[in-house]
Design a protein around this ligand. Structure first.
Ligand SMILES: NC(=O)c1ccc[n+]([C@@H]2O[C@H](COP(=O)([O-])OP(=O)(O)OC[C@H]3O[C@@H](n4cnc5c(N)ncnc54)[C@H](OP(=O)(O)O)[C@@H]3O)[C@@H](O)[C@H]2O)c1
Length: 346
């Protein structure tokens, strides 16, 4: 071996050595990170005690505003926040359903309830004025932006009807932003009057449909992804004012919207879902990689965590699996619609 060859060999060896050390270091760093995230997930989901809602004004005469409160998840938010000792403003489309829930809440929990009925898809200024008038003098500390609409069945984006497309964006995004612009200043004033002894809380319902780009639910998926970025940005803005802002991420829950009636390991009912949400406010649960975001239900949390730690939410493989799932849901929904139509004819 010549001197030149020897020098080349030695330097090649040290490059290989440093490359191996570097790779080991990165591996140790990644494994440590994974171990810490897994520990945080376990603590958040199963070990830490439930959050005490006194810090958000429960049992002190404060109010929570809940949208989409006449059914499903929103109705449960209203019931469980009332059970914790908050007065409730119920907002939704159907006056008669709101009246029934208001009566149920007042008789069960001895708190005050106010109701506001409007169709959020109209984006009418009178909708927001109605909220403003009702809450102007109330010490509101909590807002739950729950109202939302999805596609009636999975549908190719290019075949999405104009009304469905516009309603999804108007209800999920425009109305949510406008309602927050009306309610958040009242929450800020309440928190400020308490010298920040009481905190404010703004929860917004996200979805796995927004976490993972979802073919055949493209408009809904985009509307919920919008809420993810908006809510996390707002969290940064309102933190200094003593208001916690959180996006709540959910996979399927039994409800009119999901059209699923039977619970399973991965599909809770609204009661179970909301219980886990309110238990773990301020924690990330399955959303360990995201600021001001919470995937609270244990099975959803593990799914979120596993996807994030493996293929990633924006990967080709996640997109393909999601597409296949929604293609098959569409086929079944179309078959069902055809069957119902033929039964109607007979
Ligand atoms: N269920 C799931 O699997 C699931 C999964 C992930 C995320 N989410 C999100 O969770 C939230 C609640 O969903 P859900 O399944 O509980 O829905 P749901 O059972 O269909 O209830 C929807 C609620 O919103 C109200 N609402 C609907 N359209 C409205 C409009 N145009 N104007 C005013 N109010 C309106 C309904 O009022 P009426 O009773 O008067 O119709 C009802 O109170 C949504 O944001 C949804 O995207 C749900």
């Amino acid at each position: 071996m010549s001197v030149d060859q020897l020098v080349a060999h030695v330097s090649e060896c040290s490059i290989t050595k440093y490359a191996i050390y570097g790779a080991l270091l990165v591996g140790v760093f990644k494994l440590t990170f994974l171990a810490l995230n897994t520990l945080a997930l376990i603590f958040d989901l199963f070990i830490l005690p439930p959050v005490d809602f006194k810090k958000y004004g429960a049992k002190k005469g404060n109010w929570a505003v809940v949208t989409g409160a006449s059914d499903g998840i929103g109705k449960e938010y209203a019931l469980q926040l009332a059970a914790k000792g908050l007065n409730i403003v119920l907002i939704s489309r159907t006056q008669s359903k709101l009246e029934l829930i208001a009566a149920d809440i007042t008789s069960k929990y001895k708190v005050e309830v106010k109701i506001i009925a409007f169709d959020a898809s109209t984006d009418d200024v009178s909708n927001y004025e109605a909220i403003s008038q009702v809450i102007a003098d109330l010490p509101v500390t909590v807002l739950v932006n729950n109202v939302g609409q999805s596609h009636s069945i999975p549908v190719p984006f290019l075949e999405t009807e104009d009304k469905e497309l516009r309603d999804i964006i108007t209800i999920n995004n425009t109305a949510t932003l406008k309602i927050t612009q009306v309610v958040a200043p009242i929450i800020a004033a309440t928190v400020s009057k308490s010298n920040k002894k009481t905190r404010g809380l703004i929860l917004t319902m996200g979805s796995f449909g927004g976490l993972l780009p979802t073919p055949y639910l493209a408009t809904y998926s985009g509307s919920k992804a919008f809420l993810q970025a908006w809510s996390a940005a707002l969290a940064g803005e309102l933190k200094p004012q003593g208001i916690d802002v959180e996006l709540i991420v959910s996979y399927l829950v039994t409800s009119a919207m999901s059209k699923i009636r039977k619970t399973s390991l991965a599909i809770p009912n609204p009661k179970q879902f909301v219980k886990s949400t309110l238990r773990g406010i301020g924690r990330r649960n399955g959303a360990q990689e995201r600021y001001a975001t919470n995937t609270p239900y244990w099975a959803h949390a593990i799914m979120h965590f596993a996807i994030d730690q493996t293929v990633g939410v924006y990967s080709k493989i996640a997109n393909k699996l999601n597409f296949d799932m929604h293609k098959s849901i569409r086929v079944r929904a179309l078959k069902r619609a055809a069957r119902l139509a033929s039964e109607k004819k007979e």
